[in-house]
Design a protein around this ligand. Structure first.
Ligand SMILES: [Zn+2]
Length: 271
């Protein structure tokens, strides 16, 4: 599932059409994709407007058009934004295609957990966008805020808590595992045992580096990251070369090093 950096990557894909007028539109036949706004509303409103660009907040996308129109998008499990030449013939998975004189702007989704919503909001992004919680890299994501959050969720497994989008927008499965790994904490460590300052520092470093690599050109983050090894069949800890462990924790697959990340109550290995 796309996390913060992957969503930021997709948000850039429509950039070649910034400033261009929308001349045509195709909407796919699946009502599920248009569950928030019917396809007819997109077909009526968007032709004739100008594409202004994209921004992201966590896993959420916001696409701006002239005339105060905004598309709020969610990529779900397999959604992606991409471009093709203007004469692109939409595929069965191209649920929304906007044509400019040079380019087709495509929202493609194979599994259809993604969605789009159309809003008219002349004075800036829709109100619910403006009300989203602070992102990890925002100045409002302070140690104080995090300290309170960790105390309130003290008994929740750290990994599970890190997936809470109300506190950690854009952090998903691999980023949460990465944070536990870099902190040398077992994913089941009670949240109350985590050091807020260290957690904040680690999360910010992971977000920053991901946005400098994956979000730019899908390039890899450092080889010292768990992320680089967790997808392989087997896979060894980049730090101590112990085979990685994978288990389900509260419904999500967690991946960790059994040597570097001891279960709660046991002392971590010295490196
Ligand atoms: Zn290890």
């Amino acid at each position: 599932m796309p996390e913060l950096a992957e969503v930021a990557y997709y948000a850039r894909q429509w950039d070649p059409a910034i400033g261009q007028k929308i001349l045509g539109i195709h909407t796919g036949p699946k009502p599920r994709f248009f569950r928030h706004t019917p396809a007819t509303a997109f077909r009526k409103a968007l032709p004739g407007t100008t594409y202004r660009g994209a921004r992201t907040h966590g896993k959420n996308l916001l696409l701006e058009f002239s005339d105060g129109l905004w598309i709020t998008g969610h990529l779900g499990m397999t959604g992606e934004l991409l471009t093709a030449p203007a004469d692109h013939e939409p595929t069965a998975h191209d649920h929304l295609v906007l044509q400019t004189h040079t380019t087709s702007l495509i929202f493609r989704d194979f599994r259809m957990f993604g969605s789009v919503r159309l809003d008219e909001s002349p004075d800036g992004p829709p109100p619910d966008w403006q009300a989203l919680p602070p992102e990890v890299l925002s100045p409002a994501f302070t140690t104080e805020r995090l300290t309170g959050a960790l105390q309130r969720h003290a008994r929740t497994p750290l990994k599970t808590f890190l997936l809470d989008q109300a506190w950690f927008p854009g952090i998903g499965n691999w980023m949460a595992d990465e944070a536990c790994f870099q902190l040398r904490l077992h994913p089941a460590t009670p949240t109350g045992n985590a050091d807020p300052a260290a957690l904040r520092r680690t999360l910010r470093a992971i977000c920053r580096k991901s946005l400098q690599t994956i979000a730019i050109d899908w390039s890899d983050p450092p080889a010292s990251w768990l992320m680089r090894h967790r997808w392989k069949v087997g896979g060894d800890c980049p730090r101590c070369h112990t085979p990685l462990t994978r288990e389900t924790l509260r419904g999500r697959t967690a991946c960790w090093c059994p040597t570097c990340q001891k279960p709660p109550g046991k002392k971590p290995a010295k490196s």
